[in-house]
Design a protein around this ligand. Structure first.
Ligand SMILES: C[S@@+](CC[C@H](N)C(=O)[O-])C[C@H]1O[C@@H](n2cnc3c(N)ncnc32)[C@H](O)[C@@H]1O
Length: 278
């Protein structure tokens, strides 16, 4: 195991910060050995078989090409749950866990919920896991994402209704909801140059970027959709770009939403919005 750690460090130290490298090493060793993080420490003198070394070399080669560790391993953790991921879906982020946390504090346990742009299904699935009495629906424009999300729900034994939908072209739904949530694409194309290549070269374009000419397009369309398809008093939740929180609040107030709140993440960035339909 010590040798494996050395091998990882010498091959990947140019690609990651010291802190990132520690976490990448732990994830790789855990995946190859099947040990939990604690078991790795206890078993640090164990040696890898030739087969395990081959698997590790393969992972390290993929990481050297820039592929995110979550895609290399095919899985990641979100809200303490294990999610399968591949390059069809955005890798779930910690700030989205904070959005889910906020929702869990605010919404009724038996709510009818819709997650728009579900990707891996992380928001919808975490909500259903922590609120088993909720009736959860989730949609995405992308069929491959819906396949990943449905597998994730099945692996976790959770019943969620997934459907395909282009929210930019949808006005009415068959049912009304108590809660609508979305973490839509929100990075203006002009910011592409500032986005890490590990993100822009590998994660789905459709999940990330919006036209510079209308960066709030998804917020406006989803807020219009929610006007028609939320029950009165229903809640709308968004994750937002840290520079667009106030603009999103303004947009929702202009559309007559009540109690519009902007919330900061643990780093002090304005990343979450909640509004109530009158
Ligand atoms: C930022 S990702 C969020 C994924 C997931 N909800 C999460 O939080 O990790 C945005 C998602 O919106 C989906 N999407 C993009 N355009 C869409 C559209 N017009 N209608 C519905 N979904 C769309 C993308 O396929 C992607 O899965």
């Amino acid at each position: 195991m010590q040798q494996a750690i050395q091998f990882i460090r010498s091959n990947l130290s140019a690609s990651y910060s010291t802190l990132e490298l520690q976490s990448v090493s732990r994830l790789l060793i855990s995946k190859v050995s099947g040990y939990s993080f604690t078991e790795i420490i206890v078993n640090k003198n164990t040696t890898f078989s030739e087969e395990q070394r081959k698997i590790l070399r393969n992972y390290v080669e993929k990481l050297k090409s820039g592929l995110p560790i979550q895609y290399v391993l095919g899985e990641t953790e979100f809200c303490g749950l294990n999610f399968m991921v591949n390059d069809a879906v955005l890798i779930p982020r910690p700030e989205t866990e904070e959005l889910v946390q906020w929702m869990l504090e605010e919404i009724e346990h038996d709510s009818l919920v819709l997650d728009i742009g579900t990707g891996s299904g992380c928001i919808a699935i975490a909500l259903k896991h922590f609120l088993p009495g909720a009736d959860v629906y989730a949609c995405d424009i992308d069929e491959d994402s819906l396949g990943v999300a449905a597998n994730n729900a099945e692996n976790l034994g959770l019943k969620i209704s997934f459907f395909q939908c282009d929210i930019l072209k949808t006005e009415k739904s068959d049912r009304k909801y108590h809660v609508i949530v979305s973490n839509p694409p929100y990075i203006p194309c002009s910011e592409r140059k500032d986005v890490m290549s590990r993100v822009k070269d590998f994660e789905p374009e459709r999940a990330l970027f919006v036209k510079d000419s209308d960066p709030l397009i998804f917020y406006r369309k989803i807020a219009q959709f929610a006007q028609l398809n939320l029950f009165p008093g229903g809640n709308l939740f968004f994750e937002v770009h840290r520079d667009f929180g106030k603009a999103c609040v303004q947009l929702l107030e202009d559309m007559s939403y009540a109690e519009v709140q902007l919330k900061k993440d643990i780093f002090g960035n304005e990343r979450m919005v909640k509004a109530v339909k009158k």
